[in-house]
Design a protein around this ligand. Structure first.
Ligand code: MN
Length: 441
């Protein structure tokens, strides 16, 4: 069984007995069933695994005490009695699929489980979230050719893309300790900046060019032993699901520190992920074929196979919103800054997993792979302020009269994602929100 195949949990006609779950575009229909780790807000309860359905979450930590199922689904449910998804993710795809199938059965209209499960529903609005998994390692890629080209142009107008870009998925190792869940607030980072014109000594102080990066996070379910690569044909079985990721970036710190070893303190002060992990299995109806323009090189053999060619691409619509202290004070809705789509990326999820392990590097349960900034080709599709303001030159206008070149204190960035297609219920990834606080000087 692989997660690219459709099964009866994807039937667009399925309805749930959960109130609100069948409403058009609610984002959490019975075909989605994403996972999070949460508890009632302001309670002292333990965090536990929950699955999203309509405006509710089903408490799998409590359901696990009732041992309602047998076989792999029961085993998978028992692994949900923990304050993180890692034990479930470590079991592997057959168990994730069995759990999804059992949940889909019991949440369907007419299910005899309704009376038992009803008591285990909590309104999602009443939840507070923990990180969905313990993240051992975080790797960030750079797979949007539109982002790489737009940023490259600012430094090398004649040759924006470096010669390796179309051959090797570019990435670097990030830091896991500062990854937080949606709602994360962090002080503006301090650091060194390039010496001002005519001076020898670098500047030092609060970052003046703070940016966001619109990314998706790829959550590794089962890893691989060190020294053994994951072939592209098996890559999807190792991926539990996807979330949103904001890879906050201090552009002025980055410009001074990044050569010769790459990003460091400009990137590792905070990264924010969404609480809900949408499983790769739930995304099966939104797969697309992978192809390269005829003028581009074909991927090396270890980065391609028939499955990837036929269905390696995921169609996920992405949005970035900004609210400020002023807009919230005035009761204005957050401003839409850009829209793009994961399907525009140059490399697929399977290619990233195959590439990451081709040298024998061992991925582990709970590892997070960032896609890199997911910009589209056009205006209004930029995944960072650096692209919107053309390297800090042109501030953007906000609907309530303010301007922004880079982020100011109390600014909040909200990332959203959803999958839509004709004749199928919309799947939402929920939100990934984070706020910048004043620097601790
Ligand atoms: Mn990034």
């Amino acid at each position: 069984m692989t997660s690219t195949f459709l099964n009866d949990t994807h039937d667009p006609a399925l309805q749930s007995w959960v109130p609100g779950a069948n409403e058009a575009d609610n984002g959490f229909p019975i075909q989605n069933l994403p996972f999070a780790v949460a508890r009632r807000r302001d309670s002292q309860e333990d965090f536990r695994v929950m699955v999203g359905i309509g405006p509710y979450a089903l408490d799998l930590g409590l359901l696990a005490c009732e041992t309602p199922w047998h076989g792999k689904a029961a085993h998978a449910l028992a692994a949900c009695a923990h304050p993180a998804l890692n034990p479930l993710m470590a079991l592997g795809q057959d168990y994730w699929s069995a759990l999804r199938a059992a949940l889909s059965q019991d949440l369907r209209s007419g299910s005899s489980a309704e009376s038992r499960l009803r008591a285990l529903l909590i309104e999602r609005d009443h939840l507070e979230y923990a990180l969905p998994m313990q993240i051992g390692d975080y790797t960030d890629f750079y797979i949007s050719i539109h982002h790489a080209t737009a940023v490259g142009k600012q430094f090398r107008p004649d040759a924006p893309l470096l010669p390796n870009y179309k051959w090797v998925p570019i990435g670097y190792h990030g830091r896991a300790s500062s990854i937080g869940v949606s709602g994360q607030q962090f002080p503006r980072p301090l650091g060194q900046t390039r010496p001002p014109e005519g001076q020898d000594q670098p500047g030092f102080g609060p970052c003046q060019r703070l940016d966001f990066e619109l990314e998706m996070g790829i959550v590794i379910g089962q890893g691989n032993p060190a020294g053994h690569r994951i072939p592209i044909g098996q890559a999807q079985q190792h991926v539990f699901g996807l979330c949103l990721l904001n890879d906050w970036s201090a552009r002025d710190l980055q410009a001074w520190e990044y050569q010769p070893l790459g990003p460091f303190l400009a990137k590792n002060f905070a990264s924010t992920i969404s609480p809900w992990i949408v499983t790769l299995e739930a995304l099966a109806p939104f797969r697309r074929g992978f192809s390269r323009p005829e003028t581009d090189p074909q991927p090396l053999p270890y980065l391609q196979d028939a499955d990837n060619q036929q269905s390696g691409v995921l169609d996920v619509e992405l949005e970035v919103y900004l609210s400020t202290e002023q807009s919230r004070h005035q009761g204005q809705p957050a401003a839409l800054l850009s829209r793009s789509n994961f399907k525009e990326a140059y490399w697929t999820v399977s290619q990233l997993v195959a590439h990451h392990t081709v040298n024998g590097c061992n991925l582990q349960t709970g590892d997070l792979l960032g896609t890199g900034t997911l910009s589209g080709p056009g205006k209004g599709q930029e995944g960072s302020l650096l692209e919107m303001n053309q390297g800090g030159k042109n501030p953007i206008e906000l609907p309530w009269g303010e301007q922004r070149t880079f982020l100011l204190d109390q600014d909040e960035i909200i990332l959203k994602a959803r999958c839509r297609k004709e004749g199928y219920p919309t799947l939402s990834f929920g939100e990934c929100a984070g706020r910048v606080l004043p620097a601790l000087v």
